[in-house]
Design a protein around this ligand. Structure first.
Ligand SMILES: *Cc1c(COP(=O)(O)O)cnc(C)c1O
Length: 350
């Protein structure tokens, strides 16, 4: 416990990864001096298609822009093909298959368990309380588990609530492995990102994505923020061209629209509150779970039936009833004002 001053991610890392020399691509070896060059190094087709060249493996323009925006240094940042890829890189760098384990707090984002399964890593589950908060006693009882990583999703998917910062802080101080805080929905909240505290907690890893508030789910761009030591380990195993050129260009274009993004986020929050208010008056709605995200989890009297009826009316929502503590729940993503209006009208007619 309290081993943070001694924390060295190399002690957690897989043996083979420690020994690995990263693949260097043709473009890695060349540093631009501003002159126009003839590129005969990478076996590309020289005819212009807009994307006939390999993308920048270091995503330099995007990295500079994002590091500035997130107030981290460029070497505290790693991009991936969605957060799913950066999460997978964590497993492949730090967890020895058939030997290591990780901790999750269900009900939570399904990919942590899926990726653990793919990488043959055991999962110790510490259930959230029935109001979806971390069971900190349950965590303390697992401190001797030797798990390599622990996943905290805040705001949590599917419940929508932020986790108590005091709990996260205690976990960061006492857990000896990596503490991965998934902030996919952070832009919808008022709270500060944990990425502001990377220097304080060398075992902290923060995951964010451009799939939600930034409105770019289709380009697949996720990012991971952590100490430069953790980043350099992950950099070694990252496929060199994991973030394609179209993605880098589209992300940069969207980052120029900060006011528009903020306006969309504000509208989504207003709409979520409107949806929550409307749901309160529906007789089959039993419970509306407090959300700080762009969705709301609702307990109804018969989730399977409501789900099927909505589908019949052409509305697809997520039935979360099979998840722990989520019996008879539906998760509604907040849509456009018009979509939400149709949802509310349809629900009122069920
Ligand atoms: C949607 C979501 C993500 C995003 O994944 P991408 O691969 O970046 O699209 C990550 N974590 C959670 C908890 C999510 O709900």
């Amino acid at each position: 416990m309290g081993s943070n001053n001694k924390f060295n991610p190399l002690n957690l890392c897989r043996e083979n990864v420690k020994l690995l020399a990263p693949y260097t691509s043709a473009r890695d070896e060349y540093v631009s001096n501003g002159n126009k060059m003839i590129f005969l190094d990478a076996n590309e087709n020289p005819n212009e298609t807009g994307v006939n060249r390999y993308p920048d493996p270091l995503q330099r323009s995007l990295r500079t822009e994002m590091a500035f925006l997130k107030n981290v240094t460029e070497n505290q940042l790693l991009f991936g093909n969605g957060s799913d890829e950066v999460l997978d890189l964590l497993f492949r760098a730090f967890c020895e298959p058939n030997k290591d384990s990780v901790i999750t707090f269900p009900p939570t984002y399904g990919m942590y368990g899926v990726l653990a399964g793919i990488n043959s890593v055991q999962v110790h589950e510490i259930p959230l309380t029935t109001s979806f908060h971390i069971d900190i006693e349950g965590f303390r009882n697992k401190l001797d588990s030797k798990a390599k990583m622990l996943f905290i999703c805040s705001p949590n998917n599917p419940s929508g609530n932020l986790m108590d910062p005091k709990h996260i802080e205690e976990i960061l101080q006492t857990f000896e492995g990596l503490v991965v805080v998934d902030e996919a929905y952070i832009d919808f909240t008022e709270s500060q990102s944990w990425s502001n505290r990377l220097l304080e907690f060398p075992n902290l890893v923060v995951i964010q994505t451009l799939s939600k508030a930034y409105g770019l789910a289709g380009i697949r761009l996720g990012m991971l923020m952590a100490s430069d030591q953790i980043i350099s380990i992950l950099q070694k195993i990252k496929p060199p061209f994991n973030v394609n050129e179209l993605t880098q260009l589209k992300a940069l274009e969207r980052l120029d629209q900060k006011e528009r993004i903020q306006k969309e986020v504000n509208e989504i929050i207003v709409e979520r509150k409107r949806l929550e208010n409307a749901l309160k008056f529906m007789p089959f709605v039993k419970e509306i779970f407090p959300s700080e995200a762009n969705f709301v989890l609702v307990r109804v009297d018969q989730a399977d039936q409501s789900y099927a009826q909505l589908l019949d009316q052409g509305i697809v929502v997520r039935n979360r009833s099979k998840q722990l503590h989520c019996e008879n729940t539906l998760r509604f993503t907040v849509g456009t004002p018009n979509e939400n209006k149709i949802l509310i009208e349809t629900l009122n007619k069920l």
